[in-house]
Ligand binder design. Structure first.
Ligand SMILES: NC(=O)NC1=NC(=O)NC1=O
Length: 174
């Protein structure tokens, strides 16, 4: 799908295609549609990251809370979005030993109780060992710093999802 095709999308089509580049936050795509025409995929990405950066901390925390846990409830019950399923599978989180699953679940719970949002990391840029190490290490971050850190990961996930959409043929109707 080339950028001129993107610029001719209705907002319904744009949200249908780009609505999950930030997990379960179609508002982001619905908002940045107004900024078309885009000059490139990175122009879209900049519009998205500017929107996120412009949110108050409560809004940033809201974005984080829309993310499923890694190897959590949604994964166990097959409720993950296709994007999240693929990302978590890529990091080896869909084939955890029971003890590993229990360990990550306990850390996720501890993290959420401490920060009030879920632990987020770009699964495609990590694997099981690095994810666990990051989860351990980031638990001791100050809340303000961890909010910045988590949003950084959301942007990395968004970057890969955007490029995945633009580099592959994209939906058949475009
Ligand atoms: N809590 C999370 O980190 N979730 C996720 N990371 C990804 O890369 N995809 C997700 O859904």
């Amino acid at each position: 799908m080339d950028i001129s095709a993107v610029n001719s999308l209705s907002y319904e089509e744009f949200v249908e295609i780009f609505g999950n580049v930030v997990e379960k936050c179609p508002l982001v795509a619905a908002t940045v549609w107004s900024q078309r025409p885009f000059s490139s995929i990175s122009d879209i990405e900049t519009a998205i990251t500017d929107f996120i950066d412009g949110l108050p901390n409560a809004g940033k925390e809201g974005i984080l809370r829309c993310h499923p846990d890694l190897a959590g409830w949604d994964l166990q019950r097959g409720m993950l979005t296709p994007e999240s399923q693929a990302e978590q599978s890529h990091a080896g989180l869909t084939q955890l030993e029971p003890a590993e699953a229990a360990h990550i679940s306990a850390l996720n719970t501890q993290y959420k109780q401490h920060f009030g949002f879920p632990f987020i990391i770009c699964a495609r840029m990590n694997d099981k060992p690095t994810i666990l190490l990051q989860l351990h290490q980031r638990l001791s971050n100050k809340p303000a710093h961890e909010l910045v850190r988590a949003i950084q990961e959301v942007k990395r996930i968004c970057h890969l999802r955007l490029h995945g959409l633009m580099c592959h043929s994209g939906p058949s109707h475009l």
